[in-house]
Design a protein around this ligand. Structure first.
Ligand code: KG4
Ligand code: ZN
Length: 343
């Protein structure tokens, strides 16, 4: 369990080093005042996992172990800092959710640095990090906001009243959106990671070629992607000659349609002033365009993190850590990694 306690005094932590190793990216970043990215280094393991069609946990942990020190050193030197810790005010790290062995590499590194440098240490929920990605790039963020967090492991609709106050108002009842992209891609032989592969091939396809189901479209704020995935698999088995770009484009268009409709329903239901996307699937161009158009149509502000800020990175972890530290929290050095940590 994460042990968090409140400091009596409330010091300021302008420069935070963030570390992220929850899945298949080894990342480190230096962020100023929780908003300004000074440096951000992401070392992707995609090539190591692509032959297996997905992330292999043991390979991920070993690769994080090999790269993490170099990635941290590069983030520090890109920020004009040395590795003595001088200038850094605190160390933030993801402690869950994620692959346990992968998380432990970043967590141990962050603890060791915090101890050696005698700096405060803060453990951050990876999902909370994703929520801060858009904040890093937008000075004025209209609150309350609805954030649609769509990643490989999660699909959540979050009502954000103020910074640090979240309420989950909808979630997938089965597969995450990114998981559906990854599984459909693997099944169609398009490779890993599935999201970018489907998006690429869908450019040459017709999104209205096949009418796949849009599960739970008009049923509250929860979502479901497993029926859509199964429908694609069954369709391809029955129509092996059908053009794959058309199948991919039709799948993408259904998934995006559901995600957009649910985001709009969440804004309408909560009266939020803005709509924001977060997580890896938020890099999808069709989803970005549809969400922007929908937000414009209902007259709320729309925040789309840049594509590199959608996928896993450490700047969002440093930003989330900064806000926790400023709120008077820090984590004890016996904080553990939690594979299924909840928001
Ligand atoms: O947030 P993220 O980098 O890692 C997790 O925390 O899961 O998200 C990774 C997920 C993968 O499922 C990947 O296929 C999906 O995001 N993704 C995309 C795109 N880029 C990444 N899905 C759809 N379109 C994309 N362009
Ligand atoms: Zn993520």
């Amino acid at each position: 369990m994460t042990t968090v306690y409140r400091d009596a005094a409330k010091p300021s932590f302008p420069l935070v080093l963030g570390i992220e190793t929850s899945c298949d990216e080894t990342a480190a970043a230096v962020v100023k005042d929780g908003r300004k990215m000074i440096s951000s280094v992401v070392s992707s393991q995609i090539r190591l996992h692509e032959d297996f069609g997905g992330v292999v946990p043991e390979i991920a942990s070993r690769s994080h172990l090999e790269s993490v020190i170099y990635v941290v050193k590069k983030a520090l030197s890109d920020a004009g800092l040395t590795d003595t810790g001088e200038g850094i005010d605190a160390v933030a790290v993801t402690n869950g959710p994620g692959l346990i062995g992968a998380l432990l590499v970043g967590l141990s590194t962050a603890k060791a640095l915090a101890m050696a440098w005698n700096k405060p240490f803060i453990a951050v929920n990876h999902l909370e990090g994703h929520l801060y990605a858009a904040l890093l790039e937008n000075e004025d963020f209209a609150m309350p906001a609805v954030v649609e967090l769509v990643s490989g492991g999660h699909t959540l609709l979050i009502f954000m009243e103020t910074l640090g106050s979240y309420k989950i108002i909808g979630s997938t009842v089965d597969d995450a959106a990114g998981e559906a992209f990854d599984k459909v891609s693997r099944f169609l032989g398009l490779g890993y990671p599935g999201g970018p592969a489907i998006e690429r091939i869908a450019v040459g396809g017709d999104g209205s070629a096949v009418k796949f189901p849009q599960p739970m479209l008009n049923q509250g704020l929860n979502l479901s992607f497993s029926g859509l995935k199964t429908a694609v698999v069954n369709f391809y088995k029955q129509n092996p000659e059908f053009p794959i770009p058309d199948i991919a484009a039709s799948f993408q268009s259904c998934a995006v349609n559901v995600l957009t409709a649910k985001a709009v329903a969440a804004v309408t239901e909560t009266g939020a002033r803005s709509l924001c996307l977060a997580g890896g699937v938020a890099a999808n161009s069709l989803l970005r365009a549809e969400i922007k158009a929908a937000a414009d149509a209902i007259g709320v502000a729309c925040y789309l993190p840049s594509k590199s800020m959608c996928t896993d990175n450490a700047a969002m972890i440093a930003a989330a850590g900064y806000h926790r530290l400023q709120a008077g929290e820090k984590s004890s050095l016996d904080t553990g990694a939690v594979a299924n940590l909840r928001l």
